[in-house]
Structure formats: C-alpha cells, structure tokens
Design a protein around this ligand. Structure first.
Ligand SMILES: Nc1ncnc2c1ncn2[C@@H]1O[C@H](COP(=O)(O)OP(=O)(O)OP(=O)(O)O)[C@@H](O)[C@H]1O
Ligand SMILES: [Mg+2]
Length: 412
C-alpha cells in the first residue's frame, strides 16, 4: 500500500455507524477527491459517547481498514467528530486594546478572541472550539474582519463549544487504540454543516439539524457565522425503541421496519396500507398498518424537533432563519422528515447531502455521510490555514495491536 502524506481522512465515530472517508488533496486551488470509504456498524458507543473501548477500537479499525483497501493507501492521521449530551455551547465576548494609530493586526484579533475564550470552566470540561462570530471596533459592531481598521478598542464575540474532557479523550483513545493519530476533533454538527451548507444559506440564516442514532445535533448560522449549537441525547434509537415497544418486536426487527416502511407523517400514509412482519422465534407473523407505524415515528420525531425548536427560540435566533432548516444524519432519510420539520418550524426545510467533493461521491451521497464528508473538508481547510493540527494523543498508537484486537473481537 502507498504511504501518502497528501491524504485527508475523516472518521465519523457515530452511535449507529463508523464512517471513514479518505480524500486526496491536490494543490490549494484544487478540490478534494474521495478515493476510499469505509462504513461499518458502530460498536461500543451510546448516545454519541464511548461506553466500551475495546468494541469501539475494533469497529474503528474495521472501518478504516475498509477505506484503506479501497483507497489503496495507508492511513496515519485522521480528523474525528465529537458529540454527546455533555456538549455545551455559549457565546462569549473578549476585549483587547489596540496600539494607537497602527491599525488592527492579526495579533490584536487573536488577543481579543483569547479573551473571549478565557471563561472559567469546571475542571472536568474543556473548550473544543472557539469560533469568531463578529467584532466591534470602538463600539461599532457587526464587523466580520477588523484587520487593518483603525481603533483603540477591539471587542470579539465568539461561539465557544465545550465538552467533558473524558468524553473527548475516550474518542481520541479509541482512534489512537486503532493505530491513528487525531489531527483534530470537531463538533459533529459543525462538520456536517461544512459539507451541506453554502455561503448563501450561512449568510441568510439557517438551522442545521443532524438526526443521528444516539444524538440530535443542531447548529444555527447567521451572517456567515455559527451563533448557536447544542446536542440532545435523543435520536433515531429512541424511534426504534418506540416501534419495538408498540409492535412488541425485537429492536433489530423494529430498526429494519423503520428503515423500510417508516414515514414521519401519518396522514400521508394510506390508512388501508398494511405490511407483514415475518414470524420469528416463538412469534407468529404479524400484520401491521403502516399508518400506525408512521404515527409512532412521527410522535417521537416531532418531540425531538420541538425540543430543538425550543432551544433555538431561547437563543433568540428563530426569527433569523432566512434559509430555513437543513436536515442531515440517518434520520433525514425518513420519508417525510423534511415535511415534518417544515410544520414544526414553519420554515422551508430540506435534506442536506454532502457536496464539494469529487471522486467516488456516489457512495457518500446520503445525508448520513454529511459528518464524515465535512470532517475531510474541515481538515483540508484547517491544514491550508494552519488553524488546526493540534495533534492529540491519549493512548498508545499501535497499529498492530488495533488490528489484532479487531481480529480477536471478530473471532470470539
Ligand atoms: N432509511 C432510513 N429511514 C429512517 N431512518 C433511518 C434510515 N437509515 C438510517 N436511519 C436512522 O438514522 C439513525 C442513524 O443515523 P446516523 O447514521 O446519522 O447516526 P450516527 O452518526 O451513527 O449516530 P450519532 O450521530 O447519534 O452518534 C438511526 O437511528 C437509523 O435508524
Ligand atoms: Mg452522527
């Protein structure tokens, strides 16, 4: 296998699936070409966080190895996502004094952002992202880039994303345990947004909702910057559980029925339409009305989207979503998901699919690939601007051990 340094790899370590995308980057003006994709069912995660390290390491290993095989290249470093109920975000302000007359420099901007980041956090939490929103120079607000401007007082407003140190470390440990270094760790909703939102939407105001298996992640953009984000520890797994309880069938059968027959809007389903749930151990085949199934799915999805709406409302941004709502994640594949979101937010809604990548993109066309695709794009931008690459290492990086563990895990 080829050893290449121009590769950019994203691993979306999700609750449902672990998805790896390998892309090659040409020169700065060229795009990214996807050359390898790996997707395996996730193991060892619940609600977005690692709960069984060995199982997670084995699944990460399997996902990356599939992508390596397809790309015919060996992987060493990756960008990875993070989510979970432990994530908390807020906006913060910081001020820096500018040396008189000389114009605002990059260092002045950095100092103002550093001041915004200097919030006191409990000892078990860390800052994952500090993203500038806008600046004010001598009280004049709404400035996107103050560099070169004249003024004495520079104020920065930044969106700060924090998370539990242990949760971040466990994701990194899992990736390290599989044999890879983590170049950077990115909030999942931000990664997804990079793959599915264009500048127009980000400018006009847009709410991105990633409907994952274990979590629902949301981010609001307005005037080009992220202004709000949050993670709910509810997701598609809850929908599946509801189906399992309502129809009295095992969870895997409920999951299959949801994917094949599911709909988020009961009235859209013919009241006469029925389907059969095949017999299984000790149970006769079952006939079920599809509308009843849709009712179960719709209720839970409505509840989840209403929770998101409440959070966005609280942030004061609900009235600023000129470009509406964009749905990603596996839940966005539910028939009628966008229509349900339109009803709940009273705004146009659509399903977001990754764009901006070349190569074997037909494999990663779905909304459930948004986070992995976004990690690759985010990683590329970070490398070009030198803004990421704060390599993080928690565990020992031993490729052989990772492979062996996967092999053992598969055997016994
Ligand atoms: N065709 C489909 N119809 C309805 N739901 C689907 C479909 N395909 C996948 N899902 C649901 O999407 C969810 C998984 O989404 P996704 O792959 O984005 O999750 P994940 O990224 O692994 O999880 P998380 O982001 O919560 O850690 C599951 O609940 C799954 O049942
Ligand atoms: Mg996800």
């Amino acid at each position: 296998m080829k050893n290449r340094t121009d590769l950019i790899v994203g691993i979306d370590v999700g609750t449902t699936k672990i998805c790896t995308i390998v892309a090659e980057a040409g020169g700065a003006s060229e795009g990214l070409r996807v050359i390898g994709v790996g997707r395996v069912p996730s193991r060892g995660l619940q609600k977005g966080v690692v709960t069984d390290m060995d199982a997670a390491v084995a699944a990460i290993t399997a996902s990356v190895e599939d992508a390596e095989k397809m790309a015919d290249a060996e992987i060493y470093t990756v960008f990875t996502g993070i989510t979970g109920g432990h994530i908390a975000s807020f906006n913060s302000r910081g001020v820096s004094a500018v040396a008189d007359g000389s114009g605002i420099t990059a260092r002045d901007i950095e100092r103002a952002i550093d001041a915004a980041r200097a919030v006191s956090l409990p000892a078990d939490r860390e800052v994952l992202h500090t993203i500038p929103i806008e600046f004010a120079v001598d009280g004049q607000a709404g400035i996107r880039d103050p560099k070169g401007m004249t003024g004495v007082r520079l104020e920065a407003e930044a969106h700060i994303v924090t998370g539990a140190i242990t949760a971040a470390q466990n994701i990194i440990r899992g990736v390290n345990g599989a044999g890879f270094e983590v170049e950077d760790i990115v909030l999942q909703a931000l990664a997804s947004s990079v793959a599915v939102l264009d500048d127009d939407a980000r400018g006009a105001g847009v709410l991105l909702i990633d409907l994952g298996g274990g979590t629902t992640d949301a981010a609001v953009f307005h005037r080009g910057a992220v202004r709000h984000s949050h993670v709910l520890a509810v997701g598609g797994d809850h929908v599946t559980n509801d189906i399992s309880v309502a129809l009295r069938i095992p969870v895997p059968a409920a999951e299959e029925i949801k994917r094949e027959r599911g709909c988020a809007i009961a009235e859209r389903v013919d009241p006469e339409e029925e389907f059969e749930i095949p017999a299984s151990a000790g149970r006769m085949p079952l006939r079920c009305r599809r509308r009843d199934l849709a009712r179960v799915i719709g209720l839970r999805m409505e509840e989840t989207l209403t929770l998101v709406r409440r959070q966005v409302e609280r942030s004061g941004l609900l009235g600023l979503l000129g470009a509406g709502v964009v749905l990603t994640g596996g839940g966005a594949l539910t028939d009628g998901a966008a229509e349900l979101a339109e009803r709940i937010f009273r705004l146009p809604a659509r399903v977001g699919r990754p764009s901006g990548l070349a190569g074997v993109t037909e494999v990663i066309d779905g909304p459930d690939y948004a986070a992995a695709a976004g990690l690759v794009i985010y990683g590329r931008r970070g490398r070009l601007t030198g803004k990421v690459s704060r390599f993080r290492k928690v565990g020992r990086i031993e490729r052989i051990a990772g492979r062996l563990r996967a092999w053992i895990g598969g055997r016994f």
